[in-house]
Design a protein around this ligand. Structure first.
Ligand code: AMP
Ligand code: MG
Length: 497
């Protein structure tokens, strides 16, 4: 009898023309060891977690043995990196092993990150190190827990190799699961080579896989573009509403499925600043918090260029049609954003003045340098109890006084009287939109350092466990309720490549 845990792959990408990828086998690593397995996700994928942890299962999971149906490949793509076009990027250290159908019948990509060199490696070693692998695991799974579309993490695996970066670090693999790994940069790869037939094949692939409803439209490719714009606007408004800074919004890191992808030097904001940057490589603040929607629009404009030939045989009218869709972006984005921000503030009935109420709250947080997510969380307590519970530290006292004594607070309280539910009910609803825990950089860094330098995975597991309950009621003593002390603050995050 076949093992119930056996991975069986399909591979719709491998049947595309050979210009789309390079077929490469994962490298054999000295000693693979699964240090974290996402059992819930394994089950969602119809995989047996116990089998994956056994010797044989681990071999398949880590690409040391190739599962039936798998045709490992490195995907070709290009991309604008910090505004500069690079005609060839591609999977330099990742391999798509194939697709698995999950319990809901959805085809999911199964990808290894850190599996060795490929023809797209350029000067890189094809490796990933433990820190960034655990970081991606933690943050992507948190994003999923708060319902933000994202690639998922199935496993973190150490390879037994030592990888050279600035220092020697443990090598690792991330097993990543995604709706697909096609990026704006994938279109750009073919556009840069004037490969129009391939652009059409790629568009058809994306329609079939992600936007099948476009097929019945008058102009399916225009509808495809409109759908991508809409999903991305929705996604970035999620990031903005929760204080997530991606850090490397290059066009090769913008997924056409609308999932957050490629967690590098990303971060959740502690104290709110409009122009906040954490990434150590973002010297010009191109990808700072408040620029993210603008950058997305810029990225989508790059995508539009690549698709023009599909839109209309008359290039001028193709441009006009795409510009129309792009022109809708600001309103579309604002709509998503205002709705999400209002629900964080308990503003359920839509009122024209709500937008400025949201903006003024952000201005207050910015001017007073207040902690972003806890300010939202404890607004609910202020509303019901008029004050925070005991155990306040100086930070909390300052936050409470600053918010309560502001003009904004009065306006907000008055505005809430037009919601026809009790303040208790309102607080309950706000709690559903305001997580009490998020991956604060200093907590993440500490947990990763224990794993990297002391071989102790427990702090990582503990942190992950907490983050998987993002909406739990938490007290002021909880570590998530405090912004870092100046001595604890992580001011720069690294991509670790
Ligand atoms: P990322 O910063 O992970 O989005 O990667 C940007 C580009 O650099 C992609 O083409 C990656 O495949 C490539 N890359 C990043 N790190 C490595 C590495 N260690 N070896 C080879 N290629 C890499
Ligand atoms: Mg990338």
């Amino acid at each position: 009898m076949e093992d119930p845990g056996q991975i069986r792959f399909e591979n719709s990408y491998a049947v595309l023309p050979k210009q789309f990828y390079a077929k490469v086998k994962p490298e054999i690593m000295p000693r693979v060891n699964v240090i974290k397995l996402n059992k819930n996700l394994a089950e969602e994928l119809n995989l047996n977690p116990d089998w994956l942890l056994k010797d044989e299962g681990t071999k398949f999971l880590s690409g040391q043995r190739i599962a039936p149906g798998s045709e490992p490949l490195a995907q070709a793509y290009a991309g604008h990196q910090f505004g500069t076009f690079v005609p060839q990027l591609g999977d330099g250290r990742a391999l798509l092993l194939g697709e698995i159908t999950d319990k809901k019948g959805k085809k999911m990509d199964f990808q290894l990150k850190g599996s060795g060199r490929t023809p797209f490696s350029r000067n890189g070693d094809g490796r990933a190190t433990l820190g960034p692998v655990l970081r991606e695991y933690l943050i992507s799974e948190y994003m999923n827990a708060i319902n933000i579309p994202t690639t998922r993490s199935l496993a973190a695996i150490t390879t037994g190799e030592t990888v050279i970066r600035e220092t020697q670090l443990p090598g690792a693999l991330l097993v990543r699961v995604a709706s697909s790994h096609v990026r704006i940069g994938t279109f750009q790869y073919f556009y840069a080579r004037q490969m129009n037939a391939e652009i059409k094949i790629l568009a058809n692939y994306i329609i079939k896989r992600h936007y099948p409803s476009a097929l019945s439209k008058e102009n399916p490719y225009l509808d495809l573009f409109r759908n991508i714009v809409e999903r991305q606007a929705d996604l970035i408004s999620d990031w903005m509403s929760i204080g997530f800074i991606h850090g490397v919004m290059n066009t090769d890191n913008t997924s056409l499925s609308g999932e957050t992808i490629d967690y590098g030097p990303c971060a959740f904001m502690d104290r709110f600043q409009f122009d906040k940057v954490y990434s150590s490589i973002d010297h010009t603040r191109r990808y700072c918090y408040q620029n993210q929607p603008k950058i997305l629009l810029w990225n989508l404009s790059r995508l539009a260029e690549t698709m023009l030939i599909l839109i209309d045989t008359n290039i001028d009218s193709a441009i006009k049609k795409m510009e129309e869709v792009l022109g809708e972006f600001p309103k579309l984005y604002e709509g998503f954003w205002v709705t999400k921000m209002c629900s964080r503030l308990g503003l359920l009935k839509k009122k024209p003045s709500d937008r400025s109420l949201v903006e003024n709250f952000l201005k207050l947080l910015h001017e007073k340098n207040l902690d972003f997510n806890t300010s939202f969380y404890f607004l609910g307590d202020l509303l019901v109890e008029g004050q925070l519970k005991k155990h306040m530290n100086q930070d909390h006292q300052h936050m409470m006084k600053t918010i309560q004594s502001s003009k904004w607070y009065n306006t907000w309280e008055k505005r809430l009287t037009s919601e026809e539910i009790s303040q208790k009910e309102l607080k309950k609803l706000m709690r559903l939109k305001n997580p009490s825990a998020f991956p604060r950089n200093h907590l993440v860094e500490k947990a990763l350092n224990s794993a990297i330098y002391e071989g102790d995975i427990k702090p990582f597991n503990d942190l992950l466990g907490e983050l998987m309950n993002p909406f739990m009621e938490r007290s002021l003593q909880d570590p998530f309720a405090h912004p870092p002390k100046p001595s604890e603050e992580v001011t720069a995050t690294f991509c670790g490549t």
